[in-house]
Structure formats: C-alpha cells, structure tokens
Write a protein that binds this ligand. Structure first.
Ligand code: NAP
Length: 551
C-alpha cells in the first residue's frame, strides 16, 4: 500500500496525489503515479467497485460502441496478451470484468477507497495541498489532485412535474439497479432516444408486455452487426497490437480505422451509394469515415443522412412510424451517432409504440403513467429515463471544487468551462482533469484519449518534482487562446448545428451553451500537448519551491 504521508490532528490522510474515480482513467493514473513515479497515491471512488461508467450503466443492452479490440489499455503488452474479448462490441458485464482484471493484475485495489463520494475539494494555498472531504465526513489531502470522474457520469433526470407521485417504478439508465429490473409482463415507457435508449429499446421490448418509446428528437443509428469473435481474429489482434496502437494514435477519432481520403463529391451517385452500403453492411461507427468531409461539408453530410434515412424507411413497416423515426433534424454525426442491434426493427413489433413528444410534449407524470400536453395518457408500470447526463462538467462541479482565494469552479465556469488543453484551469493549481472540457475525449475512442491524458499528467507531475516546482496551472492568456481554438475547431465542423446536443450543454436547462469537447482530432491534440511539454510546459506557470512547502 502507498504510504499515507502523514495524518494531521483532524485525522486527515495525506498523500502525494489523490485521484477521484476508478474507471479507465483512475486505474491507469494510479498505476502511473504509484508504480512509475513512486508517489503515494490514492483513489477515492463513489461506487463500491472499479469500473466508472461501466459500474453504473447496467441498463439492458448496455454495450460499448468502440470495437472491443480497440477498447482496452494499450500501454501494457502484458495486459493486452492476458485478455480475450468475446464479441465485436463488448457488453457492460464483460467490460467490468476487464477493468477488474486490470485492477487485480496491477494490484491497484489496495490503494482505493470505495463508497467515498467527494463532497468538497478545496485548495489550501498556505499548505500547498488539496483538501478533500467525502460525503460521510472522511478527510484527505494531497499535493496533486487528478479528477478521473468521466464525461458522462452525472445522470440527468428531467424535471417533469408529478414524478414524485408516480405509483410505479422509475429508473435512470445511468444508475440502473445492480440486481436488474424485471420488466416481464409490465408496461414500460422509455423517454429518450440517444445512444442509450437505442440500445435499451430492443432488449426492453423483448421482455416487457408493452414498450412505449417517447421520442423528442429522431436519431440516426447504424447497425452494429455485433458477433462473437473467433479465435483467428483474437490471435490477429494480439499479434498486431503494435499496428493497431499506431493506427489509433494516428486518426482523429482514436479508432483503428482511418478517415476516408476522398470527398463525397469525388465519386458519382452509384459509387457513393455502394460505399455507404458496404459500410452499412459492415456495421459500426466507421460509416461516418466513408468520406473525409462528412462532418465538415453540409452537402457531403446530406448524402450520408439521406442514405441512412432511406434505410430507416426500408426497415420500419408502418409508414407513419417510419416517417417519425426518419425525420432527423440535424446533420448526421453532429450528435454522437449511436450504433444499434435491431433498434428500428423493434418498431415492427406489436408490443412497441412510438410517441412523438416533439409534437405533443410530456406535460406531467401522473400516478399511473405519462400525460401529454394534448391530454393523451399512456398508462405505465415502469418509466425508464434514457435522458442522458450533465455531460463533461456535471461530475466535476458536483465535487464543489474551490481554488485559490476561495474561487469556486462553478463560478469560474459560470459562462462555460475554460481550460488549457482540457487539462487544467487557471486558479486551480495542481488540479489535473482527465478528459475534461476542451479535450477530444467524447469525440474519440475513450481509452486512447485517457491513456494520452494520464501519461501527459504523469510527465507533468514528474517534471514538477524534478524541477522542485510546487505548483502548476495555466495562464489566463493560454486558457483564452485554447478556448478560442476549441471554438474554432468546433466551428470548422457541422457539429454546432445540432443545437440541442449535450456537446453544447443544451440538454440541461440553464447550462451555458458552449461547445465543450475539442473537435480538432485526437492525433492533432496529441501533437499539441507534446509540443507544450517539450517547450517547458508553455502556457503553464510552474511556481514555488517544493522544498519550502510544508509536508
Ligand atoms: P443523450 O444522447 O443525451 O440522449 C438523451 C435522450 O433523452 C435524447 O433523445 C433526448 O432528446 C431525450 N430527452 C432528454 N430529456 C428529455 C425530456 N425532458 N423529454 C423528452 N426527451 C428527453 O443520452 P444517452 O443516450 O444516455 O447518451 C449519452 C452519451 O453516452 C452518448 O452520446 C455516448 O457518448 C455515451 N453512450 C455510449 C454508449 C456506447 O458506447 N455504446 C452507449 C450509451 C451512451 P433530445 O435529443 O430532444 O434532447
């Protein structure tokens, strides 16, 4: 166990570094700080086990939309060779087993405290320490604080009047009960048709007596074409790990497939259709990479959008339902594009109804179900909220972070999050954010982004210790430039056109509308971060003398 550096009179446990969160990011960060730098490092995790998003999201059908052989740590060949994925797209229980395997193999759990939700994190400038308090009153302190709280971990339950009076049961997909929910014979209503709802609907429909899907915004989805992986593929992936890693490091999205080199306008209609059809049959997110300009050129995007809408109309038998599902109001992939297993086919079942809550919004939850503005009632036994998350900033702000001179992070970010490289914010010394706002994170294959962040943060902390600097934080000027660059990168794409997306914070009432992830691509971001470090952490202030800082 990493040594607790000290305990003060108030029972505070003091470490060199505290890490909040035990998902992909927290696991690797602990390994790097403890086993590579030799620091005393400790993880605080609200859940009762490792896994992060995969510990919480146990809803029916929960599955990753990165291919399994790419959804893994690549920093350790030993880890890669010691694990076999069973399916093209891993299911939640398998990912959770994988993350436990990693934690056990690297002997990480002995330096973790579970059931520890951070209620406050305050910078103590006099002691040069972050002081943390958990909800149950335990106290911790550390020189470095790394948040590894994920981008999509603060569940968003819409404030619909009457929910408290509902006589049935209701659940948010992001906090699904661990024992599961028995929907057999029940009338289930599901609100939300994002990636989660699209995965959950087919599985719920199979078990429930009736499933009513409340759709506000129609969505594109591409068939996953999930399948078991055979031994030949598994052996190939292990033997070619170095090439797969190289491919993932060289693409904008961190997936092991490249962005097409041609424009959608470079080919005639027949060839374009054939390419889309091949991508559709192959399945998965790579359809969006068919041409290089799908996310940047409106007309190019329209060709992909039209192709997918035609497939929806082909699959769904009832023309009115098909029209509702195919009336997507934003360009393709400007919201995170889901992949599915039988989503549109689900609406051909006799026990499934699609309700258009754009035309007739949910007015209130009654004791017996959902009532729409028109007065139409949908009687339900169970309501499933597949309504997403307070993304990218929600989990960070929920920790009540207070920086220098008592500045709350919520105040510093009142007009939207401001960071340098998504990694640090001025006024919050030694606070490092993994996959924070202003980083590529959610626009990429997450483990690739996480590995890069964790390694950059580890190198930065090693640099601080080698140079004797006590603190590190960006300048306001560097932050202004990065925020401007993040905006420019977003505006160079069509993504801001999806005005109601969580990328913009638009799904949470009152949240400032700022495009949060960095859309410039993972490979470019990696180069920028490396240059910043090579130039002596350009844009960051490294200050103070560690030798004079009290322990
Ligand atoms: P989401 O994309 O934010 O979708 C939420 C859905 O709920 C939207 O359809 C939204 O409609 C609807 N909604 C929200 N409030 C509503 C209200 N008051 N009334 C009616 N409808 C309402 O959330 P998500 O599906 O959980 O996905 C979030 C992200 O998690 C994904 O984009 C992805 O990055 C990640 N994820 C990944 C996977 C995977 O790897 N396979 C699976 C699930 C999730 P509007 O569009 O009209 O706002």
């Amino acid at each position: 166990m990493s040594e607790v550096t000290s305990r003060d009179g108030a029972g505070t446990q003091v470490f060199d570094a505290l890490i909040v969160g035990a998902g992909f990011a927290g696991l690797y960060q602990l390994h790097c700080l403890r086993d590579r730098l030799g620091l005393s490092a400790h993880v605080l995790e609200a859940a009762d086990g490792v896994g992060g998003t995969w510990w919480w999201n146990r809803y029916p059908g929960a599955r990753c939309d990165s291919e399994s052989h790419a959804y893994a740590f690549y920093f350790s060949d030993e880890l890669l060779q010691s694990w076999d994925w069973s399916e093209r797209y891993p299911q939640q229980p398998e990912i959770l087993r994988y993350l436990n395997h990693v934690a056990d193999r690297l002997d990480l759990k002995r330096d973790m405290t579970f059931g520890a939700r951070v209620a406050a994190a305050e910078w103590d400038g006099a002691a040069t320490l972050w002081r943390l308090r958990t909800e149950d009153g335990r106290r911790y302190a550390a020189r470095y604080l790394v948040t590894a709280v994920g981008c999509l971990s603060s569940a968003n339950v819409p404030d619909i009047p009457g929910l408290g009076d509902f006589a049935g049961e209701w659940f948010h997909t992001g906090t699904w009960p661990h024992g599961g929910v028995d929907v057999a014979g029940k009338r289930v209503g599901m609100i939300g048709t994002g990636s989660t709802g699209i995965q959950a609907a087919p599985v719920l429909a199979e078990a429930a007596a009736h499933l009513t899907v409340f759709q506000r915004t129609a969505n594109y989805s591409i068939p996953a074409r999930n399948r078991p992986l055979d031994d030949t593929f598994k052996a190939w992936a292990k033997a070619h790990a170095a090439e797969i890693r190289q491919a993932m490091h060289s693409t904008p999205n961190g997936h092991p497939w490249p962005l097409g080199e041609r424009s959608a306008h470079d080919v005639d209609d027949a060839e374009r259709e054939a390419l889309y059809r091949a991508a559709w049959e192959k399945g998965g997110l790579a359809l969006r990479a068919t041409f290089r300009d799908i996310l940047t050129d409106r007309a190019a995007n329209a060709t992909a959008a039209a192709f997918i809408k035609a497939r929806i109309r082909e699959v769904v038998k009832d023309p009115a339902t098909a029209a509702l599902l195919a009336e997507v109001d934003h360009p393709f992939a400007t919201k995170r594009p889901p992949i599915d297993t039988g989503y549109f086919e689900t609406f051909n079942r006799d026990n499934v109804t699609l309700v258009d809550v754009r035309a007739d919004p949910v007015e209130r939850i009654t004791p017996t179900g959902v009532r729409l503005r028109s007065g139409t009632e949908h009687p339900l036994d169970i309501i499933v909220f597949a309504t997403g998350f307070d993304a990218m900033t929600g989990a960070l702000l929920r920790m009540n972070v207070t920086g220098r001179d008592g500045l709350p992070l919520a105040e510093a970010w009142a007009a939207g999050p401001r960071t340098h490289l998504g990694l640090q914010a001025a006024g919050f010394p030694n606070l490092f954010i993994v996959t924070g706002p202003g980083s590529p994170s959610v626009l990429t294959n997450m483990p690739v982004a996480i590995e890069q962040h964790v390694e950059w943060i580890t190198d930065a902390i090693a640099h601080l210790r080698a140079t004797g600097a006590a603190t590190m934080e960006p300048t306001e000027d560097a932050m202004d430039r990065w925020v401007a660059h993040v905006n420019d990168a977003a505006n160079a794409t069509l993504m801001p056109e999806a005005g109601h997306s969580w990328y913009l914070g638009a799904n949470v009432p009152g949240k400032p509308r700022v495009f949060m992830p960095y859309a410039g691509g993972m490979a470019r971001y990696r180069r920028i971060c490396a240059e910043v470090a090579a130039n002596g952490y350009e844009g960051f202030v490294l200050a103070g003398d560690r030798a004079r800082v009290p322990a």
